[in-house]
Design a protein around this ligand. Structure first.
Ligand SMILES: Cc1cc2nc3c(=O)[nH]c(=O)nc-3n(C[C@H](O)[C@H](O)[C@H](O)COP(=O)(O)OP(=O)(O)OC[C@H]3O[C@@H](n4cnc5c(N)ncnc54)[C@H](O)[C@@H]3O)c2cc1C
Length: 399
């Protein structure tokens, strides 16, 4: 039988009970994915009394349903990012994602989180001549801007890819991968040990945040009164903050995992403009996702449902690798990403909710940005200012 829950969540147990009754805190954080975990961890280190509400369980949103890539850059290839945002902004955003990775790596080591973290770089593969040209242009621009990348074609491209029909790849040094659930749950455990009050199974049903110092967050069986609320709800952002509803779209992604196989892929792979991606984890399983472009309209919304056609195509893709023909698929699942209108995170004030701050809209690259953005929310609370928040100000959308 194939499991239809994320492989990463196999065997995980609840971490906390639901909210009951009235609780007071300095800060209330909504959403227990990578972003919320970063925010509560930073707050706990500063000794801030923090309540943390999650509608389901820790890391059951996109953070526990992804591929576990820790990549640099946005969903756009670097040449596209430069064309869309200009050279300076593209370089700064790219650099921010590298800082995000460094900060995650530091906390993994500091807390001793056993999450299968590896830093083997990543490989971008082209699926057409046009994409080959884009990859080569991106590689040149990356190198000019000081980001190491290496073109692999001909015999320099590993046989496993050539045999599957690929001709050109670019290896990006310094990228990483991990088990996202073990990472987020490890941070959550440390935050709880530092005094954060976590409540699972506690969907927030209403939010009053008319001013800092006057925040009430309600669930079915309780409420939290706090000075400020931090929204780390990514794809669901618009449900509690109407201003965000037309700025962050819920977009579904499909994933599968196979039984363990002998070593085949030496780092995470990103192909067809990032629509298709796969890697082999520390246990030898192939974790594969993507093909959303087969049905962009069908893959909208927050329902975490399998798409039969896309899942079938993913299975067919595995067959392109002789070593994977007939491999057992053990898990299939779906998850919901929050895509922002311009592909960049949205961090900071929420018009219409003066007592709230948000960090959302990670556009399929939350493990490239959300750790720093969650910490930026804590910095805004503590210092009133944050260099990372300044790079992704929500006010850029204000009319
Ligand atoms: C299939 C797939 C593959 C992906 N692959 C990668 C990858 O390899 N690398 C990468 O960088 N990114 C990847 N992403 C994107 C990445 O997973 C997200 O960008 C990231 O996890 C977002 O983290 P987050 O904490 O902002 O949101 P989430 O992890 O979605 O957390 C938000 C939480 O808020 C909770 N919530 C929402 N509303 C309420 C409410 N009213 N009350 C209480 N709780 C609420 C939700 O239950 C959820 O747990 C992928 C996403 C998907 C779906």
């Amino acid at each position: 039988m194939i499991a239809t829950q994320p492989y990463w969540l196999d065997g995980t147990a609840p971490m906390a009970a639901p909210l009951q009754g009235v609780v007071s805190a300095d800060v209330v954080v909504i959403g227990a994915g990578v972003c919320g975990a970063s925010a509560v961890w930073a707050l706990s280190r500063a000794g801030v009394k923090t309540a943390w509400l999650e509608g389901r369980g820790v890391c059951t949103g996109a953070s526990g349903r992804n591929a576990g890539f820790v990549l640099q850059g946005t969903a756009e290839r670097y040449s596209r990012a430069v064309a869309l945002t200009g050279r300076e902004r593209a370089r700064m955003v790219h650099q921010t994602s590298r800082e995000n990775h460094a900060a995650m790596e530091a906390v993994i080591h500091e807390l001793g989180i056993d999450c299968g973290y590896m830093k083997r770089g990543s490989l971008q593969l082209a699926c057409s001549e046009a994409e080959e040209a884009e990859l080569l242009e991106s590689a040149a621009l990356l190198c000019e801007d000081g980001f190491c990348s290496e073109i692999r074609q001909g015999s320099a491209l590993e046989p496993v890819y050539r045999e599957a029909g690929f001709r050109v790849g670019v290896h990006i040094a310094d990228d990483g991968e991990l088990d996202p659930a073990r990472f987020v749950r490890g941070v959550a455990r440390a935050a709880m040990d530092s005094g954060v009050a976590l409540y699972e199974d506690s969907p927030v049903v209403s939010l009053d945040a008319p001013a800092p110092g006057d925040v009430v967050v309600r669930t079915a069986h309780g409420e939290v009164r706090a000075q400020i609320v931090l929204l780390c709800t990514n794809a669901w952002a618009g449900e509690l903050a109407p201003w965000l509803a037309d700025k962050v779209d819920p977009v579904r992604g499909q994933m599968l995992a196979t039984a363990p196989v002998p070593p085949l892929f030496s780092c995470p792979v990103y192909a067809d403009h990032g629509f298709d991606y796969w890697r082999q984890d520390e246990h030898g399983r192939i974790v594969l996702g993507g093909w959303r472009n087969l049905d962009p309209d069908g893959e909208k919304g927050t329902a975490e449902v399998l798409h039969a056609g896309i899942q079938a195509r993913m299975g067919e893709f595995l067959e392109r690798f002789p070593a994977l023909r007939g491999v057992l698929v053990t898990h299939r699942w779906a998850g919901t990403m929050g895509f922002s209108r311009d592909g960049m995170p949205i961090v900071g004030a929420v018009p219409g909710l003066p007592g709230a701050l948000a960090a959302v809209g990670f556009t399929g690259h939350g493990f490239g940005f959300a750790w720093l953005c969650g910490a930026a929310l804590a910095e805004l609370v503590l210092e009133g200012t944050s260099p990372v928040a300044d790079r992704f100000r929500s006010r850029r959308f204000a009319s």
